[in-house]
Design a protein around this ligand. Sequence first.
Ligand code: RB5
Length: 154
Amino acid sequence: MRTVVLGSDHAGFALRRILTTRLVDLGYAVSEYGATDETAYDYPDAAREVARRVSKGEADFGVLICGTGIGMSMAANKCPEIRAAVAWNEESARLTREHNHANVLCLGARLIEPDEAVKILEAFLSAAPSMEPRHVRRVQKIRELGECTGAPST
Ligand code: RB5
C-alpha cells in the first residue's frame, strides 16, 4: 500500500483533513502531523516531521499545507533527498513530479479552493518521475547542491 504523510500548520489544518479523507478513500495509508486545530502552529515543525519520514523512505510522498505552501517548501527542502514543490494547479503538480521528481507537494490553503486542491493532489499522485536523461541529470544537479559551498562550478 502506498503511504502518504501529511502535515500542516493552523492555516492548512482544514484542507489537510479534506485531503486525508480523499487519500483514505483512494486506498492510501495516511498519517498526519502538525496542527490539531486552528490554533497558531509553527509550520517548520510539521515540515520537519513529514520531510524526515519521506527522506528516510518511511513514506512514498509528503503533502505539506500552510497558508501559501511557500514556508513549508522552504523548510522541507532543508532535508536530504527532499524535493518539495509548491503547486497551484494540476499542470504544475504533474510537471514538478515529472521534471523535478518532487516527492513532497506543498499547497497554499489560503490561495486555492479545496476542490482544486484535491485535483492538484490527484494529479501529483498519478504522475511519475520522467527518466528522460535531461531530467535525471538536472535532478542529480539539485542533489549535488546539497554539498554547495559557494565555490563557482567548474
Ligand atoms: C501563517 O499565518 C502563515 O504565515 C503560514 O501558514 C504560511 O503561509 C507560511 O509560509
